[in-house]
Design a protein around this ligand. Sequence first.
Ligand code: ASP
Length: 343
Amino acid sequence: MAKKRNILLIYTGGTIGMIKDYGSNALKAFNFSQILDNIPELNQLDCNIESISFDEPMDSSNMNTDFYIQIAETIEENYEQFDGFVVLTGSDTMSYISSAISFMLENLQKPVIFTGSQLPIGYLRTDAKENLITSIEIASAYNNDKPIISEVCLYFEYKLYRANRTTKLSAEQFEAFTSMNYPPLAESGVHLHFNENLLLKSKGDQLIVRKNLVTDIAILKLFPGISANVISSILNIPNLKGVVLETYGAGNAPTEDWFIELLSEAIEKGIHIINVTQCSGGSVIMGHYETSTQLKQIGVIGGKDITTESAVAKLMYLLGIGLEKEEFAHYFQESLRGEISNL
Ligand code: ASP
């Protein structure tokens, strides 16, 4: 008989954690220690579920990197006792949080599934129950004593994605996330279907939890008419270490001298600049057009098809490791957790 898996539910906050008090009709924060009492459907799952909650559940807009460390440490402390982890956060910054956790958990060999919902768990039309129940099923899916998933994922509205490939797409639809540059890892219909050839293979090494995230970074989104003053102000922020430069199309930007000079000076000072496209799908190909040739020449790093959310996380992570300039550029363009394609 298949072994009953132990799943740890880590509740950090967000819309999902609210329940309707049918006496007063009001929505109130949900006490996750009583999760099985409140969602009896969970008792039908063939696994043991335990839960841990942040002392003060929060909106994901307030979740800074200190809380990422708290999530990573909770997984680290419970790594041996549990077979899988489901992390509940607000959806607004879930792609940023889960991308960062994917970098923080090196050599992960167990499933870590992020989920949440657009409507609180206490609403009649809620999407929370399906998201939660299927995430737990995925976290407990094992084949011959090996987890099917051994990476950080995000499950929402019948689709399982690689977390560091996702972006929040809608504040309205239940289908709140998309992954434009990588197909879903699993789809839930009548059956739960895993796309096995797309999954990351675990290398079998010991888990290493990387907790040093450097947050002295900025996102600089270009727009037609952006002034030298704005670019210069951002690139001269004291202590700035990295910039995610959101360019147009396949990585294109103005060729005006002042623009190239400002970027070049920043790179000379040791600031890492990553070229990421503003388009939701597709890839940066530096040198493809004349409008990106100079960026390549001055040492801007091509972010290929990485999302902005993942680029932010990877920048924080690689800065925390402390690499030389060439190594930094090399590792940024390599796939470390499946976040970037080998183009
Ligand atoms: N504002 C909420 C949050 O991100 C939205 C949600 O949970 O979906 O925390």
